[in-house]
Design a protein around this ligand. Structure first.
Ligand code: ZN
Length: 233
C-alpha cells in the first residue's frame, strides 16, 4: 500500500511494509522523501514522525538539489549520470570505432574514439539513452493500446525543453522527452498513458482525470516526481 503525506510543504511518499521500525530515506537527485512504515502504524503517527525529522529532511533536500544544479555535464570520468532513476558514475574508455555505452554494475561506461570532444561524448550517450527509452517504451505503449483500445502509429523520442511528452491525436503519434530515460520507469509509463489518453480526450478536464484515475491511481505522485526536477541540465 502506498500513500502520500504533505508535511510543512514537503511531500512524503509512505509505503507500508511488513517491518518493525519506521524508516526514512531521501533520494537523489531531487530529494524525494520516502517513509517505510510498519503496516500497523497509523498515518497520524507517521505524520508526527515526519514532522520530527523535518529539519533534517529539508537540509538533505537542499544539499541534493544544490549538487544537481552544479555545472552542466561535461562527460568526464566519475561524473554522475542517471538511468531509470538510478545514479551511475561515468567511466570513459577509449576505443576505435563509433563508440557506444555499456552499463556495468554502478557505472556507465562510455566507449569513445580517441580525442572525442564533449559534444561527441554527449552524442554517444544521448544516442544510447534514446535507444534505451525506445526499448522501454515499446511494451508500455502496447499495453495501453490494448487497455484503452487505441492505436499509436509512431513514437518519437526527442529533446524537449518544457514538456515530458506530447501527442498528435489526429496522426496517432506521441513524442517522449529523451530525459525520461533518466527518471524512474513508472514515470515513463505515466507520460505514455497521459499522451495516449489524449487520443480519447483532448483536454485535461474531468473526463481525462477520471481516465487517468481509473488506469493509474498513483499518477499524481508520478507527475509530482517528474516535476520535482528541472527538465534539462
Ligand atoms: Zn496533456
Amino acid at each position: 500500500m502506498e500513500t502520500e503525506l504533505e508535511i510543512g510543504g514537503v511531500s512524503v511518499d509512505v509505503v507500508f511494509k511488513d517491518i518493525k521500525n519506521v524508516h526514512l530515506s531521501v533520494y537523489p537527485p531531487t530529494g524525494r522523501i520516502r517513509i517505510s512504515a510498519p503496516s500497523r502504524m497509523s498515518l497520524e503517527n507517521i505524520r508526527l514522525f515526519a514532522i520530527s525529522k523535518l529539519g533534517w529532511i529539508k537540509k538533505q533536500q537542499t544539499k541534493l538539489r544544490a549538487q544537481e544544479r552544479e555545472t552542466p555535464r561535461e562527460y568526464l570520468e566519475r561524473e554522475s549520470h542517471y538511468l531509470w532513476g538510478q545514479r551511475y558514475l561515468l567511466r570513459l574508455s577509449e576505443q576505435a570505432g563509433a563508440g557506444g555505452v555499456k552499463v556495468e554494475h554502478r557505472r556507465i561506461v562510455l566507449h569513445h574514439p580517441a580525442g572525442a570532444s564533449v559534444d561527441v561524448r554527449q552524442a554517444i550517450l544521448d544516442d544510447w539513452y534514446r535507444r534505451e527509452l525506445k526499448v522501454a517504451a515499446k511494451p508500455l505503449i502496447a499495453r495501453w493500446e490494448s487497455l484503452l483500445n487505441v492505436q499509436v502509429s509512431r513514437c518519437f523520442v526527442q529533446r524537449m525543453k518544457t514538456k515530458w511528452g506530447s501527442s498528435n491525436p489526429r496522426l496517432r503519434t506521441i513524442r517522449l522527452n529523451l530525459e525520461l530515460a533518466k527518471k524512474p520507469p513508472e514515470c515513463l509509463d505515466y507520460v505514455i498513458l497521459h499522451e495516449i489518453a489524449h487520443f480519447l480526450v483532448p483536454d485535461h478536464g474531468a473526463v481525462f482525470v477520471q481516465l487517468l484515475d481509473s488506469n493509474m491511481p498513483n499518477w499524481r505522485l508520478l507527475r509530482q516526481r517528474l516535476n520535482e526536477a528541472p527538465l534539462a541540465l
